[in-house]
Design a protein around this ligand. Structure first.
Ligand SMILES: *[C@@H]1O[C@H](CO)[C@@H](O)[C@H](O)[C@H]1NC(C)=O
Ligand SMILES: *[C@@H]1O[C@H](CO)[C@@H](O)[C@H](O)[C@H]1NC(C)=O
Ligand SMILES: *[C@@H]1O[C@H](CO)[C@@H](O)[C@H](O)[C@H]1NC(C)=O
Ligand SMILES: *[C@@H]1O[C@H](CO)[C@@H](O)[C@H](O)[C@H]1NC(C)=O
Length: 233
């Protein structure tokens, strides 16, 4: 994990403000600041965790733009569970600002994918419904069964540098698919590696029943490293 503080040392009064800005280091703290207007204008609210009901912050149906770090997903219903819009209302980002598409400006709940700790820690999020809606099963360790989401996973996000193997049977049995991250956003030296999978990679929908760290499957999704290196578990 990177240092969490901005380094303003050296920014003494005689230096121009812009120089101080250059010297400030980015950090990898996950956050989203959501705005009611486009281009980061209007009323705003700073979030660092899951928000099942944006109306508690007077932000229901009113988020138009945001700045943030992480993979934050905006849902058009409360509790992450309304009808999928067919759009993935998220912008994986490291210290970046963006406007939401019209269809995404109806957010009623908000949550992030990934570890609650380090931004790029190895982690998986499995979702009950398409487009990352519904209940979640998430973690950073092997799981011989998926609890409530047994045979109920329809989409998933993997973050970090480890591959994960998903099995059609409990206890790491059955058909398996191994998933590597295949996309990266970076800013300065902060990196976020991820793969966003709207479907189950050739496994039938609702067929995943266990997950193990590492690439142990025959089928591979994502970007398998050309040379076995640090990306391999
Ligand atoms: C947002 O910024 C863009 C680019 O600077 C500009 O063209 C647009 O008019 C702005 N929109 C609003 C609503 O401020
Ligand atoms: C959020 O806004 C939508 C659309 O206006 C509305 O249907 C819903 O009831 C609102 N939710 C809350 C909790 O106010
Ligand atoms: C959201 O979840 C809360 C807490 O479980 C529950 O009280 C509420 O009825 C749910 N609302 C909707 C619209 O699903
Ligand atoms: C990552 O892999 C998935 C599944 O094969 C694919 O749908 C997606 O387009 C890939 N993304 C990138 C950025 O290559």
């Amino acid at each position: 994990m990177k240092t969490l503080t901005y380094a303003f040392w050296g920014c003494i009064a005689i230096l121009a403000a812009s120089l101080c800005k250059v010297m400030a280091r980015l950090d990898d703290t996950r956050y989203i600041t959501a705005y009611t207007g486009l281009n980061s204008t209007g009323a705003h609210y700073h979030f660092t965790g899951y928000v099942p009901d944006l109306s508690e912050m007077q932000m229901n149906d009113s988020i138009s733009s945001a700045c943030g770090t992480g993979i934050w997903i905006l849902y058009d219903g409360m509790n992450y569970s309304s009808n999928p819009t067919g759009y993935f209302c998220s912008t994986p980002a490291v210290s970046k600002c963006w406007n939401y598409k019209d269809v995404c400006q109806k957010g009623s709940s908000l949550r992030y994918a990934g570890s609650p700790y380090g931004l790029n820690d190895d982690y998986y999020n499995l979702y009950e419904d398409n487009d990352f809606h519904g209940k979640e099963f998430k973690g950073n360790t092997n799981a011989a069964d998926l609890g409530d989401l047994d045979q109920a996973v329809s989409s998933l996000i993997v973050i970090g540098q480890s591959a994960w193997t998903f099995y059609s049977g409990q206890d790491f049995t059955g058909v398996s698919v191994c998933v590597y991250t295949n996309a990266t956003v970076t800013n300065a030296d902060i990196e976020l590696d991820f793969i966003i999978l709207m479907d189950m990679l050739g496994l039938p929908d609702n067929s995943i029943r266990s997950v193990a760290r590492g690439c142990l499957g025959e089928l591979v999704a994502g970007a398998e490293p050309a040379v076995p290196g640090p990306r391999l578990n």
